[in-house]
Design a protein around this ligand. Structure first.
Ligand SMILES: [Zn+2]
Length: 416
């Protein structure tokens, strides 16, 4: 018989140290007050049952003893009005896992840094499946939910593209949405059709609408892949679709057939230079870009032959609207470099999915878990933005200075 699905209302609370927790467990009222003060300091609301007026009128429900954690007492609090029950996990316990946070932190950091699950497991003396499960456990919460809890606005302009990867022998695609240093969506599909991508990007749209019912992006930058553009246009008909200028420049090379490499390189440079002047949003800039593009195609015809010139001309005709968009909105990023960086950072970890491809495993949860690590693990000491994580670089607010504890708190199911 299928297990009945119960609403997850677990909340991780930072009790500062274990002794404080044990002390508070002796005094119900003090315990409730501490928990309420903590949640209010975050500015979060509790997830009540439908129709409840909300708020913090809580009472002790029951406690239970978690055997595998050495007999630790875990408290549950109940809303006096609707009866919703919140399980309060202290910061030194991980949900779904008997692994200690210190150990998990080191193992996840190693995994995030590119070490295999197997090596991370050996070094930190936990089994690879535990690490995999940890990543999946965090990945059960939507990225949009977690990021907006850090007060990041859902981006009005973002980069979207699909990472091509392999799972077992199958080719898979990972539709991704990035804004600056933060991944907002990381999906999974085995098909590269517009319909399949749309299903994935619609998950982001749905999550965004849950938080902000009127959400509509103004612009989206893609690499120009047809399925991507179609699916996004269908979901967000009012958003302007830009085409990445760096990808366009690389395409120029592949459009020119039977010419010397030096000729190809010169044209690529000249093409990229056409886009230099992207300062103020002026229609005459767009018009002059149109002229420059025409002249560029003519020059290709003269130097590299009619056929090459014609190929370039047709390609420009198909793509130019996506470049004009970038000229009308000069504050928008014109290249998808930051999205490529995010994909590169994930690449080695995605390979690990192979070993854990089994009925119990969930690629979707694992991927979201990886994206959360990407967003919340601070950069190394020598890097630009050292000791800050992506969310902070984008201006987000974090509950504590401890990245793993932040993930525990922010992925809690008991908040709205
Ligand atoms: Zn309630």
């Amino acid at each position: 018989m299928a297990k009945q699905k119960r609403e997850n209302r677990t909340i991780t609370v930072d009790f500062n140290d274990e002794a404080t927790y044990h002390q508070l467990c002796q005094d119900g009222q003090a315990f409730i007050e501490f928990v309420v003060a903590f949640i209010m300091s975050l500015g979060f609301q509790l997830k009540h049952k439908c129709g409840c007026q909300g708020g913090f009128s809580l009472t002790r429900h029951s406690h239970y003893v978690r055997v595998r954690l050495g007999g630790l007492v875990i408290w549950r609090l109940e809303c006096k009005h609707c009866g919703a029950v919140f399980t309060i996990l202290p910061h030194f316990v991980l949900r779904y896992s008997g692994v200690k946070p210190e150990v998990a932190q080191r193992a996840l950091l190693a995994t995030h840094g590119g070490l295999s699950l197997e090596w991370s497991a050996t070094l930190f003396n936990i089994c690879p499946m535990s690490i995999y499960r940890l990543v999946c456990a965090f990945g059960r919460t939507r990225l949009v939910t977690v990021l907006t809890r850090c007060q990041l606005p859902i981006p009005s302009y973002f980069l979207a593209d699909e990472k091509h990867s392999h799972c077992l022998t199958e080719k898979v695609y990972l539709p991704t949405i990035v804004d600056g240093r933060v991944i907002w969506h990381l999906g999974y599909t085995e098909d590269k059709s517009a319909a399949a991508f749309e299903v994935s990007y619609a998950q982001f749209q749905h999550a965004a609408h849950t938080v902000e019912p009127d959400y509509q992006p103004q612009g989206i930058l893609t690499d120009g892949f047809e399925s991507t553009r179609k699916s996004l246009h269908h979901l967000f008909p009012n958003a302007s679709l830009g085409n990445c200028l760096r990808h366009a420049t690389n395409r120029v090379g592949s459009k020119l057939k039977s010419v010397a490499q030096t000729v190809r390189d010169t044209f690529k440079e000249q093409f990229y230079d056409l886009f230099e002047d992207r300062t103020e949003p002026q229609e005459n800039k767009v018009r002059s870009l149109g002229q420059k593009l025409r002249r560029f195609a003519e020059k290709v015809s003269r130097t590299a032959g009619q056929e090459n010139g014609e190929r370039i001309r047709q390609w420009i005709a198909r793509k130019k609207d996506g470049w004009y968009v970038l000229f009308r909105n000069p504050e928008w990023s014109a290249t998808s470099t930051l999205l490529d960086q995010a994909h590169n950072a994930l690449d080695r970890k995605l390979f690990m999915m192979k070993g854990f491809h089994h009925p119990e495993g969930s690629q979707a949860h694992f991927l979201v878990g990886l994206a959360l690590l990407y967003n919340f693990v601070p950069y190394q000491r020598r890097a630009k933005n050292a000791d800050k994580c992506g969310v902070e670089v984008q201006g987000g607010k974090l509950p504590t200075n401890d990245w793993l504890l932040n993930l525990q708190i922010l992925t809690s199911g008991g908040f709205l």
